[in-house]
Design a protein around this ligand. Structure first.
Ligand code: DUC
Ligand code: ZN
Ligand code: ZN
Ligand code: ZN
Length: 490
C-alpha cells in the first residue's frame, strides 16, 4: 500500500502495550502498524521519540459564557491551537444553555463558531440549566441523536443549580435516551452560608473562596448525586473531583456495584489552597471550583487515578484573563464571590501528567495513554474513531520527546489567558509533533493548519449509558419512562 504518511522508528504506546513499530497513514486513518514499513509520501522519523495517541480533553470551556455571565478568554481558535500544542487532538467543550435559552439554538450557535475556528476535532456536551417539558420530551432526545450524548448539570450556582427532583428527571432522561450525565457536585447552601458569613466579616480575599467551598460541600453533594443515581440505576460521572473524602465516597460506591464514574484535573494534582493564599488579589489566578485542597487530597487524587476510581483526567480549562475582562470584574476590589471560577490548563494537562506521573514513577505510560485519551473515548462515545493507536482509527498522534526539559512560563503557551498557575515549574517531556487525522498540526513549534480545519464528531452512545439501558432496578419497572408531573408531595 502507498501511504500518505509514515511515522517510523518510534516507540509506540497504546492503552495496553508498548512496542517498536512503524505506522502507515492513509486518508487520515491508521492503515498499518508493523515494523519496516516503506516510507510514505511524507515520512516522519520518530527515532528516540515516544509515539502516543493524541489526547482527548473531555472537559474544557471554550468561547463559553460562564454561569456567572463571564466570557472565556479562549475562542475555538486559540483554545484548539493551545490544546494541539499540548498533545491534545480532540476536545469536548460545552454548549452552554442559560435559563430561557432554547437548546437547538444554543447548539447551533456553538456549532457555527467552532466550525469556523477549530483546528482539531471536537464534540460537545450540553450544559443544561432548564430541564423543562420541552427539553426533556423533545430537545434533549434530539440533541442526543445528533451526537451530543452527554449533559452537564450543576448542583450549585444560582443561575444553573438544579434541585434533586430535576436531577432525577435528567438522569431518567439520560437512562431512556442513552446519554451520560456529568455532575458538578457541591452543596449550594453550605457554600452560600459560609460565603455570606465570610463576606460579612470582611473576608473578601481570594483565599476565602477555598474556605467557602469546603471539602464537605463537595463530599456531601457527591454522595447525594450517587444516591440519586443508584435510586434509579442510571450511571453518572462526577466531574472535577478535588477532595480526599469525595474520592473515598466514589470508591465506596463503586465497591457497592454502582455505576459511578469520576474525573479529576491537573489543578487537583499540582496546586493546593496555599497557592490561593497570596497578597492582594494575586491568589485569584488559582481560583477554581472546587478549589485545590492540600497535599493529602493530592495524594488521594493520584491514588484514585491509579486505581481507576477516577477514570478521567481532563483539564477543566476555564480560561479567564487576570483583568476586568475576566478574573477581576471590579479590579482590586473584587471579592472572592465575584471572581470568575476556573483556571487554564488545556495545553499543560498532558505535559504535567507525563512529567510528574510517568517520569515521576506514579503511573505507567499505558496508564498515561488511558487517562490522556482511551478512557475518554470509551466514556464519551468516541472509541469508534479515536483514543488509541490501532489500525482503522483516526491518525490522531502525538510524538513526544521524553527528554525535553521545559521551564513553564505563560509566554510559552498558546492560549489567550496571559498567565499560568504553573509558572516556573520545571517539567520533562513534550509533544513535539502532533497529527490530527494524519494532518501535521504542530511541527517545529509551528502551527501547520488553517482555522476551521477541525471537524465536528458526532459521538455515539457512551459505554456506561449503553450498559445501563438494560433496566437496572427491576423493582421500579418502567419508572424511567414515567412522567412525574402534576403531582406534588408535601
Ligand atoms: N465548573 C467547572 O466545570 N469549571 C470551572 C468552574 C466550575 O464551577
Ligand atoms: Zn463544574
Ligand atoms: Zn468545567
Ligand atoms: Zn470500549
Amino acid at each position: 500500500m502507498d501511504f500518505d504518511l509514515t511515522i517510523r522508528n518510534g516507540r509506540i504506546s497504546t492503552d495496553k502495550e508498548t512496542f517498536m513499530a512503524d505506522i502507515g497513514v492513509k486518508d487520515g486513518v491508521i492503515a498499518k502498524i508493523a515494523p519496516g514499513l516503506p516510507p510514505g509520501r511524507e515520512d516522519i522519523d520518530a527515532g528516540g521519540r515516544w509515539v502516543l495517541p493524541g489526547g482527548i480533553d473531555s472537559h474544557c470551556h471554550i468561547e463559553q459564557l460562564s454561569g456567572m455571565g463571564m466570557m472565556c478568554a479562549d475562542d475555538f481558535y486559540s483554545g484548539t491551537v493551545s490544546a494541539a500544542f499540548g498533545g491534545t487532538t480532540t476536545i469536548i467543550p460545552f454548549a452552554a444553555q442559560h435559563r430561557g435559552n432554547r437548546i437547538p439554538e444554543v447548539i447551533a450557535d456553538y456549532a457555527q463558531r467552532a466550525k469556523e475556528k477549530a483546528v482539531i476535532d471536537y464534540g460537545f456536551h450540553l450544559i443544561l440549566a432548564d430541564p423543562d417539558e420541552q427539553a426533556l420530551q423533545h430537545d434533549l432526545p434530539q440533541a442526543i441523536r445528533d451526537g451530543i450524548t452527554s449533559l452537564k448539570v450543576y448542583m450549585t450556582y444560582n443561575a444553573l443549580k438544579l434541585d434533586d427532583y430535576q436531577l432525577l428527571d435528567v438522569m431518567a432522561l439520560a437512562g431512556r435516551e442513552g446519554a451520560l450525565v456529568m455532575i458538578h457536585a457541591e452543596n449550594h447552601d453550605m457554600i452560600r452560608w459560609l460565603a455570606s458569613r465570610l463576606l460579612d466579616q470582611g473576608h473578601t480575599a481570594p483565599k476565602f473562596h477555598a474556605v467557602a467551598h469546603d471539602p464537605l460541600a463537595e463530599a456531601e453533594a457527591s454522595n447525594r448525586a450517587i444516591a440519586l443515581s443508584r435510586l434509579i440505576g442510571v450511571p453518572v460521572l462526577i466531574v472535577h473531583v478535588a477532595g480526599a473524602e469525595t474520592v473515598q465516597t466514589i470508591r465506596a460506591a463503586k465497591l457497592l456495584g454502582a455505576q459511578i464514574y469520576a474525573e479529576s484535573c491537573p489543578q487537583y494534582l499540582f496546586l493546593t489552597a496555599e497557592d490561593i493564599d497570596l497578597p492582594g488579589v494575586e491568589g485569584a489566578k488559582f481560583c477554581c471550583s472546587p478549589p485545590p485542597r492540600d497535599a493529602n487530597a493530592q495524594e488521594a487524587v493520584w491514588a484514585g487515578l491509579k486505581d481507576g476510581t477516577l477514570g478521567m483526567y481532563s483539564s477543566d480549562h476555564a480560561p479567564y484573563r487576570f483583568d476586568e475582562s475576566g478574573k477581576l470584574p471590579r479590579g482590586e476590589d473584587t471579592t472572592f464571590k465575584e471572581m470568575a471560577n476556573g483556571v487554564p490548563g488545556i495545553e499543560l494537562r498532558l505535559p504535567l501528567l507525563f512529567s510528574e506521573g510517568v517520569l515521576g514513577g506514579r503511573i505507567s505510560i499505558n496508564e498515561f495513554v488511558q487517562l490522556a485519551a482511551t478512557n475518554h473515548a470509551h466514556m464519551y462515545g468516541l472509541s469508534h474513531c479515536k483514543g488509541n493507536i490501532a489500525e482503522g482509527l483516526d491518525a490522531d498522534i502525538a510524538i513526544w520527546d521524553p527528554q525535553r526539559e521545559t521551564t513553564i512560563t505563560a509566554g510559552l503557551l498558546h492560549d489567550n489567558v496571559g498567565y499560568t498557575p504553573y509558572e516556573g515549574r520545571r517539567i520533562t517531556g513534550w509533544p513535539e509533533t502532533v497529527l490530527s487525522r494524519g494532518r501535521v498540526v504542530v511541527r517545529d513549534a509551528q502551527l501547520q493548519v488553517q482555522r476551521g480545519s477541525g471537524r465536528y464528531i458526532k459521538r455515539q452512545c457512551p459505554e456506561p449509558a449503553n450498559i445501563a439501558r438494560k433496566p437496572a432496578r427491576s423493582h421500579l419497572p418502567g419508572l424511567l419512562g414515567l412522567k412525574g408531573k402534576a403531582w406534588e408531595s408535601n
